[in-house]
Design a binder for this molecule. Sequence first.
Ligand SMILES: Cc1cc2nc3c(=O)[nH]c(=O)nc-3n(C[C@H](O)[C@H](O)[C@H](O)COP(=O)(O)OP(=O)(O)OC[C@H]3O[C@@H](n4cnc5c(N)ncnc54)[C@H](O)[C@@H]3O)c2cc1C
Length: 349
Amino acid sequence: MFAPKFDYHKVSSVAEAIQLLSANDGAKFIAGGHSLIPLLKLRLARPTALIDIGGIADLKRITVNSGTVRIGALATHWDIAASHDVERACSMLTQVAGGIGDPQVRNRGTIGGNVVHADPASDWPAVLTALNARFVIQGPGGASRTAAPGDFFLGPLTTNLADNELLTAVEVPSFAANQSSEYAKIAHPASGYAVVGGAVVVTLDGDRCTAASVVVGGLVPAPVKALSVERALTGEILNVENIMAASDQVANDLGGEVIGDFYASAEYRRAMAAVEIRHALFHITGEAHIGSRAVSVLHAVQDVTVESEAIPVFDPSSIADPAPSSQPTESLVSEHQSRKRWWEFWRRS
Ligand SMILES: Cc1cc2nc3c(=O)[nH]c(=O)nc-3n(C[C@H](O)[C@H](O)[C@H](O)COP(=O)(O)OP(=O)(O)OC[C@H]3O[C@@H](n4cnc5c(N)ncnc54)[C@H](O)[C@@H]3O)c2cc1C
């Protein structure tokens, strides 16, 4: 479908962008267009005018200073993934940026457009919440404010940005030497969007977790801080047993609004939240996480009791096609199919 008619303005400064937005009722900013253009073509958005902010050079800048990574709203996912300064200061940012969508999306899509669009399946909302980011916002007359993630993300496609405000930057504290992080997601096979994502940042004293920030996304209207998991991890040694027990606590944090759709039911997503959190934690601790994840899937879906000592290391060669048979039994076929599904999870994170 073609987009409805709209006026088009290209601006070169933040002040000009905000002035035009205030003067044009029903106008919208456009940055990389990767979220907005599909909405226009589906006629789910009908702005009277598009204000193209893509040429505002100041908003593309990434700086790392005195313990803060400041990412301009127009930095693309690729800009972030490719920055050595960001990698050194907060490696979770480069890890996540490099896993978004495909090269086209990473080259055009911006961090600002991603968070303002606030799709529950996007990676940045959960990750920036776990990283305790601040959103820097500018309004008319140069007025500036910041918002914490809990105040910024209000629900699906909804933030607390006012109609006449522009997001200028995202600020993230650099990691301390004793902090580790990981983001694990079950990615939608067509887009890479998170079906379920778990973002984990831990502060460590040796093997002991002294602080944890755990957030889930993809399955809830807005990122959810898994406070029960954080409490269960804090003060504990990060061994398999404690990770399994702590990640299960996420069930207490999800609330009643877990999203289900034709790709993955709400029940499935709810079960996978614990799996993604423990998968992220196993990455951090260096456990045999591939095998552990498979066991976690079984544990969550089929309620199989898992002996912590008995978690096997996954051997991909063990997934063989069933031997050809003129009369395959039903059990053989279904076992093979469910194994294939686990394999997809491993490959995608
Ligand atoms: C095929 C595909 C796969 C994808 N896969 C993933 C994925 O795996 N993970 C993931 O997280 N995301 C994914 N995305 C989403 C992608 O990251 C976003 O579409 C992109 O980052 C949005 O940025 P943009 O610059 O294109 O925003 P635009 O589409 O230009 O704008 C989006 C919205 O934000 C507003 N806006 C933009 N910039 C500002 C600003 N600075 N201040 C105020 N308002 C602003 C616009 O008015 C609009 O409402 C995918 C998208 C596609 C199309």
